[in-house]
Each structure stands twice: as structure tokens, then as C-alpha cells.
Ligand binder design. Structure first.
Ligand code: SDX
Length: 373
């Protein structure tokens, strides 16, 4: 690298571009999507409304919402050709691999795949947003040995997703808690998976290739995979009384405790209070006090020992568990929601593109010649 330039590993603290999609303000612990505080969106908006806001920059009026819902509901079915491709994957494969494969197959089959105009991009974004819930539900039920449930065009996005996974729509409180998680997971500026999507878009590759890369990035436990790890830990801990000892042992072994810490938020993740409130409501309604006890004890000890706060994955994990999801579905649920954010960034990157290609500082062997043969 040019002399004197310091290496910023992990691009920590480096501003690489502007964005109008969302703003994360660590100082005030706030997150806004197109200017709206996420706490307000999460408790009063539908998933479809927030998707529209991310894609188009405005909350939809009644007509725009109706048009989006009509187009989304018309594309929910899992096409036989896509299902056939997924059937080829062993049931033991990672659920994020199912999602990643589905995005690739949907891209390969989409006649608009290589069209990069905003209308085509937004139509493809909506198509992925509409089609991936049936993929997740198909995988969730296959792992349980259950037949798929057909999508129901009479149901909203969140209710339909729950109905396809469980064969029924739960009570309104459970639906609201689930919808809160989907809104909170939808977007978060230049997180690793979104940045992966922007890197792929910056080469002028297509939207589906960008989302495939994003799914790959989100799978990792330092990112989206953390919500699954949170639940594995809670199940291992079992009782609130054992949480402190478990945590101290993890820290003593130098292991990271998933669900805690964040690259940008240094005094707590702005989304946690809203997700935690939803978690507590679901726990109260479904007899999940044990998980609340473990949650509170882990948060208390982590703050005491490391001064580190929970991130969104921490309350989201046990909420999904109490709603009846298998742990394997947790990160795919995060991905389904984040499709709206990823694709909003793909459109933005393409609008004012510059190839993303950083520098590196060479530390390998000095120049040398191949020995004479
Ligand atoms: C998401 O970026 C986003 O916006 C992501 C996300 C989104 O919406 O897209 O918010 C979603 O990915 C949330 C984060 C989910 N990941 C986890 O829960 C995994 C556990 N978290 C950590 O690994 C960590 O907090 C990161 C990776 C998220 C961020 O870490 P940084 O900023 O790279 O900081 P670091 O790894 O250098 O840690 C600083 C110190 C270290 O101690 P030292 O080695 O300097 O002594 O804090 C420690 C770390 O060991 N630390 C932890 C810890 N997180 C940080 N120690 C134990 N457990 C943890 N969870």
C-alpha cells in the first residue's frame, strides 16, 4: 500500500461510501430506515410496508401497499423446478445452504436476471422477497418430516410465513412479536452481508449473484449465525442459576459468546429494547420464563465481566424458539427479512457505482527470480 497508509483490518471504522437507506448512530444508539426510527416502524408497521420504505424511500400509501401485496401474494408458490433443485440437497445440509441454493436457482430461472434497470431490479427484489418464505417453510417442514403447506394469498407476509411453517396462524400477540423481529432484522447499513452484496453489484454482476453472496456472508456465526448460537447456548445452560458459571467458563476459555457485542454499537444495540419487549411478551404468553431468566442472567454477567451489551440476535433467538421454530431456521429467518435491505443497497450501489477494490499491504517474500533450470 502507498507508504504511510495504515491497515484498517476488517475495515473497522472506515467510511467507504454514502447511503440513504439507513443510518446507525452509535452515539445516540439509534437506527433509522430512510429517516424513520426503527423502534416506531417495528411496533406499528407491517413487514410489507417496511420493505416498500427500503426499496422506494417512502412508506406506501394504501394504493401502493395494495399493489405490493397483490404482486407479493401472486409469487409465493414454490415452483416445482425450484423444489426439484432443493430436493437434491441432503436434509442434513445447513439451512442457509438451502436458501443460498434457492436464490441461485431463482436467479438462473429469472428472465430479468441480467436486466439492471431500477424497475427490473425492484421487481426481482420483490420476487425474492415473495418466494423465499416458501423455501424456508419447505426446508423447516422437510427437516421435521412434514409435507409443505401451500401459501395462502389471504394472509399477510408474516402470517403466511408462520402458516406455511406451522400449518396455522398463531395468536395476534405472537404474530406481532414475529413481525417486530422481521422489521428489526430488515436493514442495518454496511454490515458484512450487505457490503458483500454491494461488492458483487459494484462489478456490474446481477442482483441474484449479489444476494447469493450476502446469504453466504450472513451464515457466519460472527454475523447472522449468532442467533442460532444464542439458542444452542441457552439450551445447554438449561436453568437461570447455571448461566453465570457457564458464561464465566466460556470467557475463561477465551471463547466469544454469541449474541453479545457489535462492531458499531459500543453501548448497546438500538434494536434490543424493542426486540426484548417482544421476547418478554411471548415468554409471558407461552410460559417461557426460564428463557427470560437465562437471558437476564447472561446479560448481567456479560456486562459485569466484559462491559459488553447484547445485540439483536440475543433476544431474537429465544423469541423464535418460543414461537416454535427449530434453531436451524433462525438465521434463514434473519436472511428472509434482510433481503429487503440487501436489495435496497444493490439498487443504490448500481445507481452511483464505483468498483469496490481496496488495497493491501504486502508482507510476503521480497522479489526473487526462478532458479535457472
Ligand atoms: C449482527 O454489523 C452489523 O450491523 C451486524 C448486525 C446486522 O444487523 O447486520 O447487527 C447483525 O451480526 C450482530 C452481531 C452478531 N454476532 C455475534 O453475536 C457474535 C459475537 N460478537 C462478536 O464476535 C463481536 O462483538 C463482533 C464480531 C460482532 C464485533 O466484534 P469487533 O468489533 O470486531 O470487536 P472485537 O472482535 O475486536 O472484540 C473487541 C473485544 C475483544 O477482546 P480482546 O480480544 O480485545 O481482549 O471484545 C471482545 C473480544 O474478544 N468481545 C467478545 C465478544 N465480542 C467482543 N468477547 C466475548 N464474547 C463476545 N461476544
Amino acid at each position: 500500500a502507498p507508504a504511510g497508509q495504515e491497515v484498517r483490518k476488517g475495515l473497522a471504522g472506515v467510511v467507504v461510501d454514502t447511503t440513504a437507506v439507513s443510518e446507525v448512530v452509535p452515539e445516540t444508539n439509534s437506527l433509522t430506515y430512510r429517516g424513520y426510527p426503527v423502534q416506531e416502524l417495528a411496533t406499528s408497521c407491517r413487514t410489507e410496508e417496511v420493505a416498500h420504505l427500503l426499496w422506494h424511500g417512502e412508506l406506501p400509501d394504501a394504493a401502493a401497499l395494495a399493489a405490493l401485496q397483490e404482486a407479493e401474494r401472486a409469487q409465493r408458490a414454490l415452483e416445482p423446478a425450484v423444489r426439484a433443485a432443493l430436493e437434491a440437497l441432503p436434509p442434513s445440509c445447513h439451512p442457509m445452504d438451502v436458501l443460498r441454493t434457492a436464490v441461485s436457482v431463482l436467479g438462473a430461472r429469472d428472465p430479468r436476471a441480467e436486466r439492471h434497470d431500477p424497475d427490473a431490479e425492484l421487481a426481482k427484489a420483490l420476487s425474492l422477497f415473495a418466494r423465499l418464505p416458501a423455501v424456508l417453510a419447505w426446508d423447516v417442514r422437510r427437516r421435521r418430516g412434514q409435507d409443505p403447506v401451500e401459501p395462502d394469498p389471504a394472509l399477510g407476509y408474516a402470517e403466511n410465513l408462520l402458516h406455511m411453517c406451522f400449518g396455522e396462524v398463531p395468536d395476534a400477540g405472537s404474530v406481532r412479536a414475529f413481525e417486530t423481529s422481521l422489521v428489526l432484522y430488515a436493514e442495518h447499513s454496511f454490515n458484512a452481508s450487505t457490503f458483500a452484496a454491494r461488492v458483487v453489484t459494484s462489478t456490474l454482476a446481477d442482483l441474484h449473484s449479489a444476494v447469493t453472496a450476502a446469504v453466504g456472508a450472513l451464515k457466519g456465526p460472527l454475523h447472522g449465525g449468532a442467533n442460532e448460537a444464542v439458542m444452542h447456548a441457552m439450551l445447554e445452560i438449561g436453568e437461570p442459576e447455571r448461566a453465570g458459571a457457564w458464561l464465566r467458563a466460556e470467557l475463561a476459555a477465551g471463547r466469544r459468546v454469541m449474541g453479545f457485542g457489535h462492531r458499531v454499537y459500543r453501548n448497546g444495540d438500538s434494536r434490543v429494547p424493542t426486540m426484548e419487549a417482544a421476547f418478554r411478551e411471548v415468554a409471558a404468553a407461552r410460559g417461557g420464563q426460564r428463557w427470560v431468566g437465562i437471558y437476564e442472567e447472561l446479560a448481567r454477567v456479560m456486562l459485569e465481566e466484559k462491559g459488553i451489551h447484547p445485540n439483536l440476535d440475543f433476544p431474537a433467538g429465544p423469541t423464535y424458539h418460543l414461537l416454535g421454530f427449530d434453531t436451524a431456521a433462525f438465521t434463514p429467518l434473519f436472511a428472509l427479512s434482510r433481503v429487503a435491505g440487501w436489495t435496497a443497497h444493490v439498487v443504490e450501489q448500481r445507481r452511483s457505482n464505483a468498483l469496490i477494490r481496496p488495497l493491501s499491504s504486502y508482507v510476503g517474500p521480497p522479489q526473487r527470480s526462478v532458479p535457472a533450470r
